[in-house]
Design a protein around this ligand. Sequence first.
Ligand SMILES: [Zn+2]
Ligand SMILES: [Zn+2]
Length: 558
Amino acid sequence: MADLYNGSVFSAVTVLPAHLGQISHLMRGNMTPVELIQSHTLFPYFAAFLSEERSQLVASAMTGDLGGAINARLGLLASSIKMPTYLRFCMQCLFEDEMIYGLPYWHRSHQLPGVFICYKHGCELKNSEISTFLRRNKQEYVCLNWKLACNGAIEQSMNEGLKAHLTSLAIQSHSLLNSSYNAIDHHLIDEIYKAKLYEKGFITLSGNIRFQSLRSMMVESLGQELLGLCDSEINKHSHDTWLHKLVRGGEHIHTLRHLLLILFLNETTDTIFQKKVVRYHPFGTGPWPCLNKAANHYKKEIVTQCKVTRCSKTKRPVGTFICDCGFIYSRRGPDTNESDRIHVGRIKRFGEVWEKRFDELQRRIDLTFRQKAELLGVHHSTIHAKIKSTAQVISIESHSSSTLDLSNDVNASEENVVIRKISKKRFNASNRNTDQSRVNWEQRDQGLFSAIMQAVSDIKSVTDKPIRVSLPEIGRRIGKLSLLEKKLFALPRCKALITSEVETLQQFQLRRVTLAARKLFEEEQKVVKWKVIRNAGLRRESANQLNNEIDKVIENFL
Ligand SMILES: [Zn+2]
Ligand SMILES: [Zn+2]
């Protein structure tokens, strides 16, 4: 050992050795440090599920002299999964190696946690007397030989079921060691697991994970004994087990635990890493329908672009659907049933086809606003606003030599900004003139709008004792109750918002039902109808009236 390292004294370690740069140097470049790390250490096994950054940190510690940092960088110090305490070997491998190479050697694949079987021969591994931790002579390299082998002991006698699982784990562990998978994108693997769990019914249509049944199925199918051997018992009473962390997309989870989940899912590292698994999509499979009512392909499934982002507030996925006709809409997901597919949350851009139809309809004096809105698939207040802004643009254009770019190719948001700028100019101009009162109302309408939105969202965020969204409640919260009660007609935007947000008694009852069901679900209790109704505080008559709707809500959590 001292000869190898030029007189310096290091410990011989089995897990992840350091100073590989120096070894490579001594081998006169016959093997680069990277080749050494990849083919002769346990690194590939751990690297497969590490982030790229961490994986590089570990590799650089191994190449250099930072042996002490390796385990910390791998997160192994904090892990409850222990490395095997003795070096292990397989009798048949020993025999074969001696025949082929004239000398038996310690196999990497036999030294991994959770590996009790030879991946190649399917026989149980034996423990040697060589401890991987407590060694009298730390600098000693010990060769595997027959004398050692004769004293070897089998650690575990196992039944057939357990043996089958352990054999798969051994094969998967071996294949990871000999693969070059590393630093997989965590979000991707998260998606893949979710897709599989969804397929097997452990995720509801609304994206909730059924931890309780997942946990008991996993314990049942893998067995407590296997989980125990892998230092991965699952506490039935905890909501924060390694399984929860893994499925929720946690990083720094030990490779062995990924392998256990993959085993439970009936997959292999190859199918997972080669992305052969269809990804879970919160909006189902595309193409999706175009919901541009003005287009002749309305509701036809032709939209191939769907960008999924996450709502920062609710953490729910938001899909933005982009059609070639220029129409862009979004909605919050995940979709929970077929009818969600034709639901528009918000129109982000109308697009050329819609605008053309709008222009045509605008000239039709035989149609009311509501009829036009109906034909265009929007709320009539949208048409109002649209006509107003067009009128403003036109009036500005005719009154001043505006330098603003009003060409047709500005996108929706830019367009809005431009319109707002123009409106402001107009307000200022009229302020200086005579029409003081009208301007005030418009400004007030604008100003109160966001306060009302905030109030509605505040009201809805109270979940322990839900409050009904009503005009008086909103009014009190923004300190403008009497204004809203008496002058709402003068505030068209606010009026439209309030009208769409206030809840009927039934809507409020259903929201309470949803909250109660969600709470039970999150507490991992069974979502039973009578409990939901009781916790939502519904009287029997109301519950009877809403019977079907309540069933639908509960379905989402089953
Ligand atoms: Zn073997
Ligand atoms: Zn379209």
